[in-house]
Design a protein around this ligand. Structure first.
Ligand code: HEC
Length: 155
């Protein structure tokens, strides 16, 4: 094999590798498009399904949970990157998949890391899930990036 063929082979191998890396996992959420949900129904489902046992939602008045609560995690509010519908669906129906950093920061370091979030997929209808996502999505606000020019770094 001369050096030219060798080079071509290396390039082909690199291209094949890059292509494989790009290929999406068959289980990815790519292609998922939810129908439009209803914010009011989503809020109602949030109370009905007992999400209020562990969550408050920024600037939304919700009834207090009647029963024991061990911790509270606020959803919504200002974030640098607004959660997509896909992020929210995953958090709701597959909570172990991504664990919120806000929650991890409350745990003693080193202890890990299953979501204590109850599996509600058997109690929840699909339309409740869609409404929940629409409701929660509406409560996230994109935080403006800090304007570094306003700091007088160079007097
Ligand atoms: C028993 C407590 C509990 C209940 C009930 C519960 N959650 Fe959670 N939830 C958590 C905890 C703890 C986390 C943080 C860990 C994680 O990301 O899974 C969380 C995370 C989330 C997140 C991701 C937050 C983020 O910043 O990434 C969403 C969205 C969410 N929950 C929605 C819901 C909805 C909707 C319901 C009701 C259908 C619900 N939760 C019920 C405990 C609970």
């Amino acid at each position: 094999m001369n050096s030219k063929t060798g080079l071509v082979l290396i390039c082909l191998a690199a291209a094949a590798f890059a292509f494989a890396a790009c290929e999406r996992s068959a289980k990815s959420g790519h292609g998922l498009i939810l129908p439009e949900g209803d914010i009011g129904q989503g809020k109602a489902a949030f109370v009905k399904l007992g999400c209020i046992q562990c969550h408050t939602v920024k600037s939304v008045g919700l009834p207090a949970f009647e029963g024991e609560t061990t911790f509270m995690l606020e959803l919504g509010g200002e974030v640098l990157k607004v959660k997509t519908y896909g992020d929210l669906v995953t958090s709701i129906i597959n909570p172990d998949h991504v664990i919120s950093p806000q929650y991890l920061s409350q745990l003693p370091t080193g202890s890990l890391a299953e979501s204590p979030m109850t599996d509600l997929t058997r109690e929840m209808t699909v339309s409740e899930m869609v409404d929940l996502v629409t409701f929660l999505h509406s409560r996230y606000i994109k935080k403006p990036r800090p304007d570094y020019r306003s700091f007088d770094l160079y007097p």
